[in-house]
Write a protein that binds this ligand. Sequence first.
Ligand SMILES: [Zn+2]
Length: 281
Amino acid sequence: MRRESVPVSEEARQAQLERLRRKSVAVRISAHPVTKGASSRIPPIHFAPPNQRELARFPSFEYAVHPVQQIPNWGAMRTPTEWNRQYGNMANADYVKVPNYDSETLTIPMSSLLKNREQHIPEITAKLYYSTRHFGTYDLDAGEFTGSHPGVDLKLPKGTPIGSAGGGRVLTVEQDQNMGIYIIVEHRIESEGTYYSLYGHLGEALVQEGRAVKPGQIIGTVGMTGKTTAPHLHFQIDKGVTGQHKRFWPPKALTASEAEHYTVNPITFTAQHSATRYARL
Ligand SMILES: [Zn+2]
């Protein structure tokens, strides 16, 4: 089911990257000047599968889940009083299922949707929910790889419980000025390697470092700690060396291809890993 709900195909993503490459500008996501041939200097991939003995001791990944099961129908809300409600003050009727992450829908200009607002509530809700797209800008109409934001921002009411994107072990529970209270969960997948899911701007962390977590297990709640103007979840998934995590926040000087190398689209990733149960070795 989840697989069907994410229509951003690999082909579409590759085509988009190809278009960007053809322009031969590496898409810079920092203020640093573009260096020609930067993509050829990507460091060798560190993405080695964990060894079997380590995997056996490590909590099983099992399968991936989206961090929440349903979301407020933002497009149907009209007043600040409605959309500023906290999690506990939303009613069941205010929720809809998690919308598709569909680049085409997400980049329809909001101004055109608002002209016929009642007919476009689902699209408006999707745009508001996926408020910043993978490596997008903070413009609500922007697509992927237009900016410097690793991961996706999910607009959710303050206090919403957040589930771990998969089974694994809590690597980090920290707070800093940018990301506020954040949690990093390490996931090790047989035949793939190690992933790190990061959940930022939390109101509270409900797990401790070193603890094993199951897919969907509540690890914290949505808040607005760190640099943020409204409650939302910063959701990011990076790839890396087992037991380490190279954090791509604040955004560093990365080309689009480097970004692809170190991070994955967290929404696509969770959808693609949801159907299979990943057996422990
Ligand atoms: Zn963010």
